[in-house]
Design a protein around this ligand. Structure first.
Ligand SMILES: [Zn+2]
Length: 221
């Protein structure tokens, strides 16, 4: 198939195989015509994507990547320049501060009680990709688990009232220990520290994703 296509090509196009165009390497011509006509080449991009580009576009340099080049450029511009003054950037920065910076005034309610920002969200680009722009009047809430970390599985945009309800509703829980202990606790992180447990596993029990953790059972009240 490829040989037939090759024989139909003008001389310059015959030499495209293996040539590099920006991030793209032309692999082979295929019988797939785009709107403007002409043979389309299967290309491999440095980022690992396969894509199909017209020979003419490759030749004249009008395409340089599968599209990742533009995406990267936008990302870079957004993080280095434009976004730093936007609301979402400030939300991200404040979140990082209260979880990671002991000098932040809110640290004792967040980082100080073990609430973390997940690895992925340490990058603003990732965070922005996951949560987008905040709807008017809403702020970032850890939900459904108010004692959980900031992470893709535990967030929502909520009004102040929704947030307050979340805090109240999730505050108290009952813990049934392996030696018949029964405790009422407020904070999963403090409770976990006391009994050498893992806060995330307590959350999982409270959310019904896990039955027991080190012999403990948990129930919301
Ligand atoms: Zn690419």
């Amino acid at each position: 198939m490829t040989k037939n296509i090759l024989s139909e090509l003008p001389p310059w196009a015959k030499k495209l195989t293996g040539q590099k165009f920006g991030r793209l390497i032309a692999i082979e011509p295929i019988k797939k015509r785009s709107n403007g006509g002409g043979i389309v080449w299967r290309c491999l991009c440095d980022c690992g994507n396969e894509c199909f580009k017209r020979a003419g576009d490759l030749r004249y340099g009008s395409v340089q990547s599968c599209g990742c080049l533009q995406r990267d450029a936008v990302r870079e511009a957004v993080t280095k320049h434009g976004m730093s003054r936007t609301k979402i950037y400030k939300i991200w920065q404040a979140m990082i501060q209260r979880c990671n910076n002991p000098k932040s005034t809110a640290y004792k309610y967040y980082g100080g009680r073990g609430i973390k920002v997940c690895e992925r969200w340490h990058s603003f680009e990732n965070f922005y990709e996951d949560v987008g722009d905040p709807p008017k009047g809403k702020s970032l809430d850890r939900w459904p688990n108010n004692d959980g970390d900031y992470e893709p599985a535990n967030w929502r945009w909520a009004t102040k009232i929704e947030q307050a309800n979340n805090t109240k509703a999730l505050k108290l829980f009952l813990a049934f220990g392996p030696y018949d202990q029964i405790e009422i606790a407020k904070n999963q992180h403090i409770f976990a520290k006391k009994w050498k447990l893992i806060p995330g596993h307590i959350s999982d029990c409270l959310l019904g994703k896990r039955k027991k953790h080190k012999g403990w059972e948990f129930q919301r009240i």
